[in-house]
Design a protein around this ligand. Structure first.
Ligand code: AR6
Length: 188
């Protein structure tokens, strides 16, 4: 098994262009599409994704559902994992969460990783769930995302590789800083 740090990558760009087994969608509870990364994934995966998701009956916040990747399969993406992040209700200025926003966001990562393990996926890419329309503070969300992934990889062989896909260089820098601080805390 590779050292933990070799199993994690931070990259910048459009998540629909990555060559991974599964990409995670920051969806809403309807699973029927929206803006942001959800809109990009539905556009790239095509109409069959919407038709498929109409049969799923939505998804509660903090959980996830897995689907085929439809029109993204030709580039090697096997699955989409749709998760619903929490809407931030906390105090932005004080960076204080409310109604267990942190727990719901952590649960998104755990549920996606569990689905990836069940489907024996080698690689998975996450967007920064809840940090756009749902307004979760980015540094706080990055700490939760990196913390859950590092913890998971320390205890599981699948997925072998996790990509944090950021939509801008500043976001990627934030993830790299959090990653290096979490790795030094774990002594890895
Ligand atoms: N690739 C990677 N990251 C992206 C992309 C992309 N193509 N597009 C946006 N991001 P958001 P949320 C980043 O708003 O906050 C939708 O309407 C973006 O910069 O997509 O969980 C859903 O239907 C940000 O950092 O998701 C829901 O209603 C991150 O992805 C709601 O938005 C998440 O931003 C979900 O809100």
């Amino acid at each position: 098994m590779n050292p933990l740090i070799d199993r994690i990558e931070v990259t910048t760009g459009d998540i629909t262009t990555l060559h991974v087994d599964a990409i995670v969608n920051a969806a809403n509870e309807s699973l029927l599409g929206g803006g942001g990364v959800d809109g990009a994934i539905h556009r790239a995966a095509g109409r069959r994704l919407l038709e498929h998701n109409r049969q799923l009956g939505g998804c509660p916040t903090g959980l996830a559902k897995i689907t085929p990747a439809f029109d993204l399969e030709p580039i090697g993406i096997k699955h989409l994992i749709h998760t619903v992040g929490p809407v931030w209700h906390g105090d932005d200025a004080l960076d204080i969460g409310a109604n267990d926003d942190d727990g719901a966001l952590a649960s998104c990562y755990d549920t996606c990783l569990t689905l990836a393990r069940e489907h024996r996926l080698a690689s998975i890419a996450f967007p920064a769930i809840s940090t756009g329309v749902y307004r979760f503070p980015k540094p706080r969300a990055a700490r939760i995302a990196v913390g859950r992934v590092v913890d998971w990889l320390g205890n599981n062989g699948h997925p072998r590789h996790v990509v944090f896909c950021c939509f801008g260089a500043d976001d990627a820098d934030g993830y790299r800083q959090v990653l290096s601080s979490v790795m030094s805390d774990t002594g890895a």
